[in-house]
Design a protein around this ligand. Sequence first.
Ligand SMILES: [Zn+2]
Length: 279
Amino acid sequence: MNRYQMILPGDNVLIGVSGGKDSYVLLRILAEVHSTSKIVGLMIEEGIHEYNRADVFAFLKKVCNEIGVDCLITSIKKELGYSVDDFISLQIEKYGTLKISACTYCGIARRRILNAYARMLGADKVATGHNLDDEVQTYLINILRGDIMRLVQLHPLSMTHSKLLVKRVKPLRTIYEYETSFLAYIENFRFQETECPYILERPTLRSRIREMIKELERSYPDIQIRFLRYIDNILEPFVKSSNENFVNLPLCSQCGEPTAPGRSICKFCELVNSIVLNK
Ligand SMILES: [Zn+2]
């Protein structure tokens, strides 16, 4: 067995189906190699103007029906009270400017909803369609920020430090983005034509790193996979030590969900407080 094997034969798996090509590829491949009765797809509408993907979700629902996988659809607003658009407009109303990016809120909200559904459904793993390019960017971002804890959490062997958190796995993390694109293309997946408007409004560190890596990859075609394996190897002793010294994460005093050590309020509640309450 590959020591980085992420999904075991008996695992119940919740797939975060984003509407993009990667999670589509993950859904198709997992349905081929895993029992379809043990897979559920979850689509989450972000609530972003000019980014209505009802047609993509309808297509993906049809795909799920064809391959015999249950699928659910919900929205950030329905689950957490504020859509991504709400978060941005309330922030601008309060501060007159954008202090926190839409991507930050969207990412944290999506992870929270996926975890809540996984817990509710009794899933063993939450699988997302992040590919090699995504994973290299995330490693680099956290190296640049000096965030060793986040780096350890990203490692495939890391365990969650709370019974309330379902282990997240990224089965496509060693697959190049061009490969998932190619598979989606030959499977006639309908590519999303519109890009999220918030990505264009504020270039994030991630988008700048993505451009830099693309440029480097032209001259050094295997740097991404070599970088990933190198960082995975370097991190392994830290991951083992972290797993052996299990520390139950504290719970947020506001919502009761797990939060990082030393924090009394979780990042999600902090974001909501920043736009809603006079704090
Ligand atoms: Zn909270």
